[in-house]
Design a protein around this ligand. Sequence first.
Ligand code: NDP
Ligand code: 2IT
Length: 450
Amino acid sequence: MNKYLEKVLNEVTKKNFSEKEYLQAVEEVLLSIEPVIEKHPEYEKIALLERMIEPERIITFRVPYVNDKGQVIVHRGYRVQFSSLIGPYKGGLRFDPSVNQSIMKFLGFEQIFKNTLTGLPIGGGKGGSDFDPKGKSDGEIMRFCQSFMTELQRHIGQDVDVPAGDIGVGEREIGYLFGQYKRIKDTYEGGVLTGKGLSYGGSLARKEATGFGLIYFMREMLASNNNQSLKDKTVTISGSGNVAIYACQKALEYGAKVVAMSDSKGCVYDKNGIDLELVKEIKEQRRGRIYEYLNIHKQAEYFERENEDSPIWAIKTDIALPCATQNELTLNSAKKLVTNGVIAIGEGANMPCTKEATEYFLANNILLAPAKAANAGGVATSAIEMSQNSMRYYMPFEQVDNELNKIMINIFNSCKSAAKEYNLENNYVAGANIASFTKLAKAMIAQGIV
Ligand code: NDP
Ligand code: 2IT
């Protein structure tokens, strides 16, 4: 291995030994940019890699709130302001009991590379809390969001740091967060948060953007490999949240047959094809569980999750779209998918395939659309939302969707040509890392030692 890379990898591992998700994300990027590092020995003297992998700032804070029983509960809040190299820190907020510093850092790190690929002026950040929104009343959610923003507001701003949604944070939470920000700052600063409701500054097509963008990327990847398409392909999609639902919608529009979706407890298989309107009603309107699908569609089957291998990956499919969470697709699951003839994987979630699963897919020539490229449509449309807020003007749905489509085509082409340049044809994982790293390295050198 390249000596400089080896040194940096050893140091980062020693310094962050307890942060396994963060180390996983860093290792993947560093290993795949080795051919670039080989070409640029001058990076070592200016500690380019060391500066790229160390967050500019990590903020942690106490978030107390009063639940409906009158009990005070204390959670931990985070904002990792990873890189402002090419724009204000930008990235979502995740509310989930699993949230810890390692997960925040891995997501913030991935976000830098993803945001660079969009070609838009946005840096990288991530935040959230170990608060679990499941089963909480509207009042509890509102009080929690207000408390969270009471501290976060001193660290963000439309030109400083612009949070958005992620797992457990959707339009409802962004509304409560925005209301509290506005109340404290006494000013309407539309571009301070994205994913806002349409009535007070949100963008059309932001809700759909991550899922639609994933399918646009998949369309390009399939077309570029033997002129394939989504038409008549069988698709399975893990998760049934924001990303999964709109990936399903666009896949159906393109003539695919989606046969399974899931949530954290289990998956539904409907051989007749998933009834998306019903999933929307269960998940978006009632915040219910995916097994409720069987109350209406008796022919469907429900498989409960029993261990780390989600039952959804045992279902035969042409295309698998992991759209739930990190490391949800293990080596075991990858083997089942390959045995069952899968042709392409599209990562809607961030880092959903384990390191071993990723390597297995690549070794078996399965097309793999990596998260930082394939799910970049969400944050790209967030940047379009920020532009609209600055212009004080709103674009129609079709215009935003067209921009998104163009951005996803550009991202695919960047990944493809970067992979080709280093003789790594069809390895879009390496392509995405190399394309974004090359641009970031240039920006770092141009800005001096900071
Ligand atoms: P949502 O909260 O809307 O949905 C999350 C979905 O994933 C739910 O179906 C949830 O099931 C499931 N899920 C959550 N945790 C787990 C788990 N530990 N194991 C199995 N399933 C789980 O989130 P999003 O759809 O917004 O986000 C999904 C993924 O996409 C995340 O990785 C996120 O980082 C990524 N992403 C999101 C973007 C966005 O714009 N929203 C943009 C780019 C990436 P349950 O309801 O049972 O918890
Ligand atoms: O992971 C992601 O890219 C997001 N959760 C969206 C971030 C954003 O700022 O829109």
